[in-house]
Design a protein around this ligand. Structure first.
Ligand code: HEC
Length: 492
């Protein structure tokens, strides 16, 4: 793991320096470096599997080969025009006017008028008898989004028939994007070009593409069943509690968590200098999840030396999903973590992750968790190289509960609480851990900023609180709440 080695190097650097004098600067530098690293892993989602040479779904080919050749070259003839042609190059579409000998970029900055709007002849004729939404789509959108809304091509548009794409696109967001376009991309704004009613109709149509059972050749979305009224969480986590959301088959997901446990966010003498704790030390964990199928996923997660380097390996199975019409979603997960890079103090965790939507704007979570041979959450007191002590293990049971509520199409308020119901006192846990925050989703990316009293993010540690960690019984009162954030990115 290159990234992990990098994190270790940063930790190492911290130990060698005068840690407590320089901790702010080093922590800040580490945060910036992690951010850069994170951004480097960013790829526009649309790069996924987009093969410019891949032929689009079958369309009539009156010219016996010319059309498919034209498509693979990124050339589109405009119906009714004998002098204009559209050419796609490097993700942009150019309108070539042979008569006027001009070439113009056909994108958001040069709105497509009915005359210049990119149209695919085939999509156009195929939609002649289709319902209104499909017709608007074929006339205005299919050139870039494909006649069946499956996207791809040189435009690298998303596949609207993919449930994961749909999950990242709540209805409100679709309407908003159609209205305003997507700045910085070829997606134009349609406000003013299409009527309000047309925008709503075509937005419904785009949403319906996700429900059609694999449209094959026929009119897309024609047989759209009624949409299950379910909330789609933006992240795998509420904050530290899992949401149990379904992952994509062969999807790869990155999870970063930061908990600035040493500096309480609100109640301390030096708030002005530590920015709600944000320029203090953080416990910064890093993990990956991979969807083996759309139901089974495996995960790897590591926390830093400050909590004795636990590595957690997990496997989860998505048993039920509300989106399939079930009354609730359920995921079972088993994970094993071991401290000092999976070499000692092993804990086995069994979780059942249940969720139920409350309308399409919110969801409730219940996560009963059994931790076998759990260890008290303690700090290594600054000696980053120290080996974790052989602490006694206890079997603990916690019942996590949480909720998410969308306050805007892409912004949710989130909260969670994780009381330890069995063997809490043995673990030094006297108050439940809890967190609340705000979550922003951006396509396949989620960012959550919150306050919590729990430094732990691996399964066995998340119900532990700051009191045992700092050895200060009063440290997990509300005055000890500290700031943290989560970053999630789907890479593929
Ligand atoms: C000139 C090409 C073009 C046309 C015409 C066009 N789009 Fe797009 N659209 C794009 C591109 C490119 C993107 C992807 C931007 C990105 O990479 O995030 C996009 C993105 C979108 C998205 C957001 C998808 C997502 O996952 O972010 C929606 C919804 C959408 N288009 C709907 C429409 C509708 C409806 C129409 C017709 C009224 C339309 N588009 C016409 C190029 C186009």
């Amino acid at each position: 793991m290159q990234n992990q080695g990098f994190t270790l190097d940063v930790c190492h650097l911290i130990t060698q320096d005068h840690r407590f004098l320089r901790k702010s600067r080093v922590a800040f530098a580490a945060a910036v470096l992690l951010f850069c690293l994170f951004s480097l892993t960013f790829r526009p989602r649309s790069l996924r599997g987009a093969d410019p040479s891949a032929p689009s779904p079958a369309v009539p080919d009156p010219a016996g080969g010319t059309m498919s050749l034209a498509r693979s070259l990124g050339v589109h003839f405009l119906p009714g025009s004998s002098s204009k042609v559209l050419i796609e190059r490097d993700g942009r579409t150019y309108l070539v006017d042979l008569a006027g000998q001009t070439i113009s970029v056909s994108d958001a900055s040069s709105p497509s008028s009915p005359e210049t709007a990119p149209r695919l002849e085939a999509a156009h004729s195929a939609a002649q008898n289709a319902p209104v939404g499909a017709k608007i789509f074929a006339d205005n959108c299919a050139a870039c989004h494909g006649p069946e809304g499956k996207g791809g091509g040189a435009m690298k548009t998303p596949d609207f028939t993919n449930p994961a794409v749909q999950a990242a696109l709540p209805e409100g967001m679709v309407t908003k994007i159609i209205h305003e376009g997507k700045p910085g991309t070829a997606m134009p704004a349609w406000s003013g070009k299409l009527s309000e009613a047309e925008i709503n109709t075509v937005a419904d149509f785009v949403k319906s593409l996700g429900q059609a059972p694999k449209p094959q050749g026929g009119t897309p979305g024609a047989a759209a069943p009624q949409m299950a009224k379910a909330y789609v969480p933006a992240d795998d986590y509420v904050f530290s509690l899992p949401t149990g959301r379904r992952l994509d088959r062969h999807g790869l997901y990155l999870n970063f968590t930061h908990r600035f446990v040493y500096d309480p966010g609100f109640m301390s003498g030096e708030r002005g200098t530590t920015l709600f704790g944000l320029d203090g030390f953080s416990i910064s964990s890093f993990g990956l999840r991979f969807g083996v199928t759309d139901k089974l996923y495996v995960s790897f997660y590591r926390s830093p030396s400050l909590v004795y380097r636990p590595i957690e390996l997990g496997v989860a199975y998505h048993l039920l999903d509300e989106l399939d019409g079930n009354p609730l979603s359920a995921t079972a997960r088993i994970s094993v973590d071991g401290q000092n890079n999976f070499s000692r103090n092993f804990t086995t965790n069994l979780e059942l992750i249940l969720s139920r939507s409350v309308t399409k704007r919110g969801q409730l979570y219940l996560v009963p968790t059994l931790n076998i041979q759990n260890r008290e959450l303690i700090s290594n007191n600054g000696d980053l190289n120290s080996v974790p002590p052989g602490l006694p293990g206890f079997n603990t049971f916690s019942l996590g509960a949480g909720g998410a509520l969308d306050i805007r199409p892409s912004v949710a308020l989130v909260a969670e609480v994780m009381p330890t119901l069995a063997n809490g006192p043995e673990m030094g846990i006297h108050r439940p851990s809890y967190a609340f925050g705000i979550q922003k989703r951006v396509l396949r990316h989620a960012f959550t900023l919150g306050f919590t009293n729990s430094p732990g993010t691996i399964v066995s540690e998340r119900a532990g609180t700051r009191a045992t960690f700092l050895g200060d019984p009063s440290a997990d009162t509300p005055g000890g709440l500290f700031i943290g954030f989560d970053l999630m990115r789907q890479i593929y």
